[in-house]
Write a protein that binds this ligand. Structure first.
Ligand SMILES: *[C@@H]1O[C@H](CO)[C@@H](O)[C@H](O)[C@H]1NC(C)=O
Ligand SMILES: *[C@@H]1O[C@H](CO)[C@@H](O)[C@H](O)[C@H]1NC(C)=O
Ligand SMILES: *[C@@H]1O[C@H](CO)[C@@H](O)[C@H](O)[C@H]1NC(C)=O
Ligand SMILES: *[C@@H]1O[C@H](CO)[C@@H](O)[C@H](O)[C@H]1NC(C)=O
Length: 372
């Protein structure tokens, strides 16, 4: 097989950055050049990674494009469910990439560094908040559109090389497990917990395999949080005793046990498949229960929201509940709003995903995956 070495020149690196996929860059017989060893970042999933895709869809409850979201870092609301940057933003920074732009952002078509398909509220199951979010399958179809665009511009072989160097970061499952309890959905009532978890993981696995088919090789994941111990689910639990909503955490634990086994299998089945999974369940449990050890003042109550634990998702007053409280300094809290970490907590998680030791992030950490 011929290696397309001619394409990877310094001059083409500059041109590709200045005029990404522009028709005016016509080197090497009309092909666009790619920088040598450039690993881009493709992001899929839910609100932990959504940098603003939901700003461009019709959805009432699952947007965060109003103050005080964004106040600590961007100084304006971007659509991120955070006071600042998300875990995926820090990963992009550590990889020396710019922040990865939402795929649906109009007028932005430079995908040389990757794209972000994540949508707040999304699940691996199409039924999860259907009609209000971009589910994982639709995110996959957006990625496939992009892969076709690359093939048109770069040709099949170079597209495979480009997509094979990239890292695919996926955060999904939390909504599949938590939302049925919030909406009294019947989805969980007809089957066993294990069957439900297998269905979520089955759909996620299908998406991983489809990305692999397009050329994706390096995948980054995090385990699910103790989902019943976020302010939103504590408040949801009848009686408001302050206890965690254990039925929801139980599903996260089942998921966290089963998914790594699937990844091990995929590593054997799919030639060249490499992955990283970080145990953020432990990371969050530790910070929720022992905040001061990690520099926080509060682990259980959100910075922004209303009701018990500020667990009602009213931050900003633009959803159904209009009153809300806001803390002095979001960095004091593990959670910024009822269901999402503060920028500071996200940074600590991102550090563990990026350079965590093998007892936390395995078999590769993200730094190692990018360097492969
Ligand atoms: C869900 O069902 C319970 C018990 O039937 C009820 O108390 C609760 O208000 C319902 N919640 C929603 C969001 O409909
Ligand atoms: C994917 O989820 C659907 C429900 O949305 C389910 O019927 C199907 O069996 C799941 N697929 C896999 C491979 O588990
Ligand atoms: C918020 O808290 C962080 C961490 O304790 C501190 O570094 C920062 O200066 C504080 N910001 C303000 C505006 O007080
Ligand atoms: C992981 O190992 C490091 C040292 O190698 C240690 O400091 C840390 O506490 C361990 N973390 C967990 C969650 O076991």
């Amino acid at each position: 097989m011929a290696t397309p070495t001619k394409l990877y020149t310094f001059c083409s690196l500059l041109l590709a950055f200045l005029f990404p996929f522009s028709n005016s860059v016509q080197l090497d017989g009309g092909k666009v050049c790619l920088p040598e060893k450039h690993a881009s970042l493709f992001i899929f999933g839910d609100s932990l990674f959504d940098a603003g895709n939901n700003n461009y869809i019709k959805t009432a409850a699952f947007q965060a494009n109003f103050a005080p979201y964004g106040e600590s870092f961007f100084k304006y609301p971007t659509g991120r469910f955070s006071d600042g940057r998300l875990i995926s933003d820090f990963i992009a920074e550590y990889a020396k990439l710019p922040l990865i732009t939402p795929y649906l952002h109009p007028g932005y078509h430079s995908y040389i560094d990757g794209a972000n398909f994540a949508s707040a509220g999304a699940g691996a199951l199409v039924e999860t908040l259907q009609g209000s979010v971009i589910d994982l399958n639709t995110q996959l179809s957006f990625f496939k559109n992009l892969a076709s665009l690359f093939k048109n511009k770069l040709g099949d072989a170079e597209t495979k090389t480009f997509l094979g160097r990239a890292v695919y970061l996926i955060s999904i499952g939390s909504n599949d497990y938590a939302i049925p309890f919030a909406t009294n959905s019947s989805l969980l009532q007809s089957i066993s917990q294990q069957e439900f978890v297998d269905m979520v993981i089955g759909n996620l696995t299908t998406v991983i395999k489809e990305i692999y088919k397009e050329g994706g090789r390096k995948f980054g994941f995090q385990s699910l949080l103790p989902l019943g111990c976020v302010p939103f689910t504590r408040a949801l639990k009848a009686g408001n005793t302050g206890a965690c909503f254990e039925e929801i955490t139980a599903l996260a634990i089942l998921h966290n046990e089963a998914f790594p086994k699937v990844l091990q299998k995929l590593e054997h089945q799919l030639n060249g498949f490499r992955y990283s999974i970080a145990d953020v369940y432990t990371t969050f449990s530790e910070r929720i229960n022992n905040p001061s050890k990690y520099g926080f003042k509060e682990g259980k109550i959100a910075c922004c929201g209303s009701g018990p634990y500020r667990g009602i998702l009213s931050c900003g007053g633009k959803r159904s509940v209009k009153e809300y409280e806001l803390c002095e300094n979001a960095s004091d809290h593990v959670f910024f709003d009822s269901a999402h970490p503060s920028e500071r907590a996200s940074q600590q998680v991102a550090e563990q995903m990026w350079s965590g030791t093998s007892n936390i992030t395995a078999p590769y950490n993200l730094k190692a995956l990018f360097e492969l």
